[in-house]
Write a protein that binds this ligand. Structure first.
Ligand code: NAP
Length: 470
């Protein structure tokens, strides 16, 4: 598939295969762009700025609604491509499509709500006699750099609000799964003037880095790992940056919890998308008294998952993004077992598949839970009480989301207030998001918020206009 720059298809001399992780077949190839091509995209996005600024909010909104309808019509086709390139079960790919459609719709709505406010300057010294108001203006060019795990919806979370508030965009999709995003770029381009949407493929370390460092890009909206995010924050200079980074989300299960509900939370939270979810349940922190019963029930439910061809409707556990990624998970689990953790079920790799795995007696110091393990793993850390649980939950560089299971309001409120995370859910696993909510982590999990309204705030600048009426 070609790149899209200034409304034109652009190919390249160097190509990269996009590989189906399930069977190793090549789905398509994409160009590996070099810096000159990235500059062409920057030029095109800058040249198109006026075309969007001059468009009425009414028209921008309608165009986003049209793209939404087009995506709805192609829902199955897009979901199949997503399942092929990411290895996620088709049912999960369809959910990503439904969420993408919803995210777009939210952006179409928000395009009509980019308000300023009147400011009472007369409340300040010498301000009497002025009338003042603010306007929210587009930043200019927004570069969206996104990861492989939810490539479509995460990209739409950047480019749809960016366009809603009249920024032009450059998309740098993930090299391992660029196709669905590139295809979506084409849909947007059918509606908007040439250059409003540009897609550049190529390596993050080269093309991504060039966008980050360019003075002609006004904002970097990045989702990906902490390592890359830190590099971006050091290099971006004065431009605005939003960083949606990794997570190591805790699920605290207190002794008065509904155990069945908590088990269901782990199944939906630790194994979704083969565990490759930023807000996945990555640490189950449970009071010792109920840990045995919880573990037995969790094992029984885990063993019901069906690993197989992502395109089969019966599959509930797909592959990881690559065999290499599965090997990394295998190594991390093996190290934990060597250091005393116990596998209750799973623990084996087959190609790019890794079995849904429950591991008990995990020590909070083990790499498995100190770093973000991006695979279908449910590590159980046993603790002595709520104080211990909160301490373990917070003993991490991450702070994306958290879930707490308890039937006691006081314990729930205490955890909600003391757990250091951008979101704390009570009686729900961390792996939950609606596309309108403010989403973004504390600590090294990120800077800034997404969720359409919040993304628009971060993609606009405020101008004050004051009229001296004296
Ligand atoms: P990644 O390696 O950081 O890559 C993310 C994107 O950044 C890719 O498009 C990559 O391009 C690009 N990139 C790599 N190096 C770059 C550089 N030096 N400058 C600019 N861009 C660069 O992350 P990943 O492995 O794809 O994704 C998994 C991570 O994302 C996990 O940590 C997960 O928790 C996190 N994540 C966070 C959220 C959230 O909302 N908080 C959501 C989903 C995922 P290439 O593909 O070409 O390398």
């Amino acid at each position: 598939m070609d790149m899209l720059i200034g409304g034109k298809h652009v190919s390249g001399e160097d190509l990269e295969d996009v590989v189906n992780p399930y069977d190793g077949s090549v789905i398509d190839t994409v160009p590996i762009a070099h810096l000159q091509t990235a500059q062409l995209a920057i030029d095109a996005a800058n040249d198109a700025k006026d075309s969007l600024v001059e468009m009425s909010a009414f028209k921008v909104s309608n165009k986003l609604y049209s793209v939404c309808e087009k995506l709805k019509d192609k829902r199955e086709e897009f979901a199949e491509l997503l399942a092929l390139e990411v290895g996620k079960p088709i049912n999960e790919a369809l959910v990503e499509l439904d969420r993408s459609i919803e995210t777009l719709k939210l952006a179409a709505e928000e395009a009509k709500r980019i308000y300023g406010e009147s400011v009472p300057l007369d409340a300040g010294l010498n301000g009497k006699g002025f009338f003042a108001f603010t306007q929210r203006l587009p930043l200019g060019v927004v570069a969206a750099i996104t990861p492989f795990n939810y490539p479509l919806n995460l990209t739409i979370h950047k480019i749809a609000p960016a366009i809603a508030c009249k920024n032009t965009v450059i998309i740098k999709p993930p090299t391992e799964a660029p196709l669905t995003v590139m295809k979506f770029g084409e849909l947007l381009n059918e509606e908007f003037p040439d250059g409003v949407v540009n897609t550049v493929t190529g390596y993050g370390s080269e093309v991504g880095d060039y966008l980050v460092c360019s003075p002609e890009v006004d904002k970097i909206s990045f989702t990906g790992s902490v390592t890359t995010g830190m590099m971006i924050s050091q290099k971006a200079g004065m431009k605005k940056v939003t960083l949606e980074l990794g997570g190591n989300d805790p699920m605290i299960v207190l002794k008065d919890a509904d155990i069945d509900k908590a088990v269901k939370g782990v199944i939906n939270g630790a194994f979704l998308n083969a565990g490759q979810v930023c807000m996945g349940v990555k640490r189950i922190i449970i009071e010792d008294e109920i840990a045995d019963e919880f573990a037995d029930k969790l094992v029984a439910e885990t063993e019901k998952l069906v690993m197989g061809n992502p395109l089969e409707k019966t599959t509930t556990l797909g592959t990881l993004i690559s065999e290499n990624a599965a090997r990394q998970v295998e190594e991390t689990v093996n190290n934990a077992v060597r250091d005393g953790a116990e596998i209750l079920t799973g623990g084996k790799r087959e190609g790019a598949f890794y079995q849904a795995t429950v591991i008990d007696n995990v020590d909070p110091e083990m790499d498995l839970v100190v770093r973000e393990t991006f695979g279908p793993i449910a590590p159980i850390i046993r603790v002595k009480g709520i104080d211990d649980a909160i301490k373990v939950a917070n003993d991490t560089e991450y702070g994306l989301q958290a879930g707490v299971f308890t039937s006691d309001y006081a314990s729930a409120m205490r955890c909600a207030q003391e757990v250091e995370a951008g979101t704390v859910f009570i009686n729900k696993q961390s792996t939950f998001r609606t596309d309108n909510m403010p989403f973004g982590g504390f600590k090294n999990s990120g800077v800034g918020k997404e969720g359409i309204k919040y993304a628009v705030e971060e993609m606009t600048k405020t101008k004050l206009i004051g009229l001296n009426l004296r």
